[in-house]
Design a protein around this ligand. Structure first.
Ligand code: PLP
Length: 515
């Protein structure tokens, strides 16, 4: 293939994508395939000779589209949305088309420079704290990660390193632990001189900031409504964690009560543990609940806990003035992340993460091999020090294209539409008297269940809905109650689709239980 052939086939491929969007309604939101279905369609051995593009196009329908879940189908109400915008598709073409990789600033300067700028644009558009800006003279910074899971993991590792560093530098602060039986806590007082991980020694290295014997008794907190990626992050970081029970106190949607946090910190300290972090959620997966940052932040500050906020889904809504409460209290936060690739109309992957002390945090991961050194190292940003992979894509192009040509007003319009459709659904699903709303709809998410029916009946209903394949929902369980989640994501969903969806749910539930 040469550039002239690329021109021809590239145009055809754009046609395929445009056709996909124009005909998406004719498909079912989820496929009727079983694991291994592809074995009947794709040979086990690779072709011996190159095949024609025409043949490959033909197989796209059979192999790919026909077996896919269509996340932007107007009746796909599962999970949280997979942001989509044609602007991102075009930006990804440029990113892949250039094929440059942003190892360091010098490896591809626009990858770093544009990312720094568009993240500052987001700070302005969403009313985030000024100190997050890359252009701010302080140590704050913003970086695009691949996902909320990556962001949470890097935040946990940063919180862990911050506490390890603090304990090593301030051993006297820990007089209060002198009487505990925990050996690890006592050993902190005798900590040896820091060892740099970049030494050429072939002996065992104990990285100063990541010393497992120091964090052995650390404990981090999150609400029991936090996403599974928080628990996974804690496991990957090798730290203990404690899930605190959410309440209906704020927004009636199961958030973390500040009193619960305070009590847990005191209890755990008296048991000899070292509380080091809270991961709070703005927009929980089950009910779109909110841990109130403005109340939790001061506790974290007082108790020396690092505070990370996971606003994976809800964060994008801060574009809209009426949802500005979602970012209230962020001045207390050490790191903050949300996914533009959920409700931000930008394709996966695009997960901005801001640090209050990013330039300090970058010390914790600084390994500096000669092959990555460059002459602007002391005057530029090398994002490699704040993320797990070294290689990085040109993700900021998606934000740049979208904000410039689509404009933020269109994103707000889309978000407001999802909110009003979820509210409409919550209002009309209860009209036959057979269903109840579990939590008040919040943003684009409504939760509901069959009234006066057991969890297993509700589970049966959900299974029947998904087997029917006209709409797609996923469930959740909150404090023992099984519920159905209804989240509007596709920009194509209309009011008519909400009424159609209700009709489908009524029909299926009538056939199952209400004859
Ligand atoms: N946090 C919350 C609240 C989520 O709802 C999700 C996914 O839906 C995640 C984190 C994980 O997001 P990602 O796929 O970007 O890791």
């Amino acid at each position: 293939m040469d550039p002239s052939k690329l021109r021809v086939e590239g145009k055809k491929m754009i046609e395929v994508v445009a056709d996909y969007w124009e005909t998406i309604r004719t498909r079912r939101p989820i496929p009727d395939v079983k694991p291994g279905y592809i074995n009947h369609l794709v040979p086990a051995h690779p072709p011996k000779q190159p095949e024609s593009w025409d043949k490959i196009y033909e197989d796209l329908e059979r192999v790919v589209f026909n077996g896919s879940s269509h996340w932007n189908h107007p009746h796909f109400f599962a999970y949280f949305p997979a942001g989509i915008g044609y602007h991102s598709i075009l930006a990804d073409i440029i990113s892949s088309g250039m094929g440059s990789v942003g190892f360091t600033w010098i490896a591809c300067p626009p990858i770093t420079e544009l990312e720094k700028t568009v993240l500052d644009w987001l700070v302005i558009l969403m009313g985030l704290p000024e100190h997050f800006k890359n252009s701010h003279p302080g140590p704050g910074c913003g970086i695009i990660q691949s996902s909320a899971s990556d962001s949470t993991l890097i935040a946990i590792l940063t919180a862990r390193a911050t506490k390890v560093e603090y304990l090593k530098k301030n051993p006297s602060t820990f007089q209060q632990f002198k009487n505990t039986t925990s050996l690890a806590i006592r050993r902190i007082f005798y900590w040896p001189v820091p060892i740099q991980s970049s030494t050429e020694s072939t002996d065992i290295i104990t990285p100063y900031y990541h010393d497992p014997t120091v964090f052995k008794d650390f404990v981090m907190y999150f609400c029991d409504q936090g996403h599974s990626s928080v628990e996974k992050g804690a496991m990957l970081a090798g730290v203990r964690f404690r899930k605190l029970k959410g309440t209906r106190k704020y927004l009636d949607n199961f958030g973390l009560d500040p009193e619960t946090l305070q009590k847990a910190i005191e209890e755990d300290r008296s048991r000899g543990y070292i509380p080091f972090m809270l991961v709070a959620t703005v927009g929980t997966t089950a009910t779109c609940g909110v841990d109130q940052i403005s109340e939790l932040g001061p506790i974290c500050l007082k108790e020396g806990l690092y505070l990370h906020v996971d606003a994976a889904y809800a964060g994008s809504f801060a574009f809209c003035e009426e949802f500005i409460y979602l970012v209230k209290g962020l001045e207390h936060v050490d790191s903050y992340n949300f996914n533009l690739h959920k409700a931000g109309m930008i394709n996966f992957d695009c997960s901005p993460l801001w640090f209050k002390n990013g330039t300090y945090a970058s010390r914790y991961y600084n390994v500096d091999p000669v092959y990555l050194a460059h002459e602007y190292q002391s005057t530029s940003t090398d994002y490699r020090h704040l993320e797990i992979p070294l290689g990085r894509r040109f993700r900021s192009l998606k934000i740049w294209f979208t904000l410039r040509n689509m404009g933020v007003e269109k994103i707000k319009e889309y978000q407001r539409k999802t909110v009003s459709l979820a509210t409409l659904f919550a209002k009309i699903i209860v009209e036959n008297g057979k269903f109840e709303i579990f939590t008040p709809p919040h943003l684009g998410l409504a939760t509901f269940r069959l009234k006066n029916h057991s969890n297993s009946d509700n589970e049966r209903l959900l299974r029947a809905i998904n087997r029917d394949r006209r709409i797609h929902l996923v469930p959740s369980i909150v404090h023992g109650t099984f519920l159905l989640r209804f989240c509007v994501g596709s920009p194509l969903t209309s009011e008519g689709d909400i009424y159609d969806t209700r009709r489908v749910i009524y029909e299926i539930s009538r056939n199952l239980f209400l004859k």
